[in-house]
Design a protein. Structure first.
Length: 226
């Protein structure tokens, strides 16, 4: 069941702030996505390749699909024909595969690098050293990587009630984002997306520099997992 009032309130608020709303539709039926689409929502996020591949043909073709889950290299080919933005690139191998599959589909795929900032081993992502190493590889092979564009960073804060810790983590991501924007690596104008903040912490994330938030339960209600 879609919470229309919540969507309108969040949508209007984020629009004024210039922040992109990704409606996280994982585990939700096509009918719910269609309902939000009818209200004007165009950016939707999915965590599972099979689920996304099943939903995509059933829905309007002008939807911008965001893949926000952990992505295995061997699954890239299934979403490469249509995905708008891949949020969680955490290895150079994955970046190479996205470039390869984008080339096969005669398109350029935008991606974000996932920064591991949370105090949890269960979350994926790169630390600062790994990110800089990946960017060095990327720049060294830029002529062979013309079908993938690094457009910013993505991060998930720790799952904790400690707001001070969460804010500190968001600040750390924003600081790295700022450093990279000014660096020799990523002075390109399209490096301008900072994807952080979810239903429970998106307002704090925006205060700390987020330009894109991923909201699910506030819009769709609690998730039902089998």
């Amino acid at each position: 069941m879609v919470n229309e009032a919540a969507w309108k309130e969040i949508h209007e608020s984020l629009k004024k702030q210039g922040v992109t709303l990704i409606a996280v539709s994982k585990t939700k039926p096509v009918s719910d996505i269609q309902e939000l689409y009818a209200l004007g929502q165009r950016d939707f996020g999915e965590n599972y390749v099979q689920e996304l591949v099943e939903k995509q043909p059933q829905l309007p073709q002008d939807i911008h699909w965001h893949y926000i889950g952990h992505l295995q290299s061997n699954k890239v080919k299934y979403i490469a024909p249509f995905v708008a933005l891949i949020h969680a690139v955490d290895s150079f191998k994955l970046l190479q595969e996205i470039n390869k599959q984008a080339q096969k589909n005669n398109r350029t795929i935008d991606v974000l690098l996932q920064f591991h900032v949370a105090d949890e081993e269960t979350k994926f992502g790169l630390d600062e050293h790994e990110m800089l190493t990946l960017l060095e590889y990327y720049e060294a092979q830029i002529d062979q990587m013309q079908n993938v564009r690094i457009c910013g960073l993505m991060a998930m804060a720790s799952n904790t009630d400690d707001e001070t810790q969460v804010r500190r983590e968001f600040q750390r991501v924003d600081n790295l984002f700022g450093v990279l924007k000014k660096s020799n690596f990523l002075t390109r104008p399209y490096f301008n997306i900072l994807s952080m903040g979810m239903s429970g912490d998106y307002q704090m994330a925006i205060e700390e520099g987020s330009t894109m938030v991923r909201i699910g339960s506030l819009l769709f209600g609690a998730r039902q997992y089998n």
